[in-house]
Design a protein around this ligand. Structure first.
Ligand code: ZN
Length: 285
């Protein structure tokens, strides 16, 4: 699908196999780092699948060795300074604004807003996760309904090293027990697929070579259910999570997240606290 300008390849592939739409992030050379081009290509793919009556279930996958290394903070395709189409909310264009206004407008849209928009997609989404699922990559996996992890998958949020309390969609204490969330954040250490399974953060752990097929099997199994039943059941579980504080909690922590960005910018002029791609990669290895 046309997910980017003509100078660079589309960052997302879209395919339909029977009742399952498979949406594949396709920037493997950059470990599927998520830039705005990818964000809006994903959004178009999700919208297309939601709108297609033949599609019952979606799969979100990443091409290559890694599901997603997180937000793009340093690839040649980094486009954080550019305007984008804005679909999640009504915040204005960030690209001609300054300081916290620019950051808050941008991240309200592309991170918190998009995660919420995708989480509310009225069809089940199964994440197919291998290799790195780090920082912003966690957000993509967490907004999916089910997660199938390869044995080599690992999860980490090293964003605290930037002086920031975790990624923008702060679901940590809802997708894992709060005491484990503290350890996960305070250390930034990798969590293995097996550990994530023990905690209930992923549904299945499968051999790497079987990931695509086992994900497909689960998606097809879910696709046997009626569309309306799935939509209402998804909404029921989402509502239960929100009654347990997910929606209000992510709002509250989003403010702390932006306090941290602003503090970093105030004391060092770098909202990421001096951490670049290499430093973050080393921190999460
Ligand atoms: Zn941020």
């Amino acid at each position: 699908m046309s997910g980017s300008d003509s100078a660079s390849p589309a960052p997302v592939r879209y395919a339909v196999h029977g009742p399952v739409a498979v949406i594949t992030m396709d920037r493997p050379r950059h470990r599927n780092a998520q830039n705005s081009a990818m964000t809006y290509a994903l959004d178009r793919a999700f919208y297309r699948a939601a709108d297609d009556d033949a599609v019952k279930v979606l799969v979100l996958a990443g091409e290559g060795d890694h599901f997603s290394a997180g937000h793009d903070i340093g690839s040649p395709g980094r486009d954080a300074h550019l305007p984008f189409e804005r679909r999640a909310g009504l915040w204005w264009d960030h690209s001609d604004k300054e300081g916290a206004e620019s950051r808050f407008a941008r991240e309200s849209e592309v991170y918190l807003g998009m995660c919420r928009r995708w989480r509310e997609l009225p069809k089940p989404v199964v994440a197919s996760v291998q290799g790195a699922c780090v920082a912003g990559g966690l957000m993509l996996a967490w907004v999916c309904d089910l997660i199938v992890a390869a044995e080599d998958a690992f999860f980490a949020d090293p964003v605290v090293r930037m002086g920031i309390p975790g990624v923008e969609f702060f679901a940590h204490p809802w997708v894992m027990p709060p005491r484990i969330a503290r350890e996960f954040l305070y250390t930034g250490d990798r969590m293995s697929a097996r550990r994530a399974y023990e905690l209930g953060m992923v549904n299945r752990v499968v051999p790497r070579a079987e990931l695509t097929e086992r994900t497909r099997e689960l998606a097809l199994r879910v696709a046997e259910m009626p569309r309306m039943g799935l939509a209402l059941t998804k909404r029921a579980v989402n509502q239960a999570e929100d009654l347990q504080g997910l929606h209000a909690g992510t709002d509250a922590v989003f403010g702390l997240h932006h306090l941290a960005h602003a503090h970093n910018a105030e004391v060092s002029r770098d909202p990421l606290g001096g951490m670049d791609v290499r430093a973050m990669k080393e921190a999460s290895s």
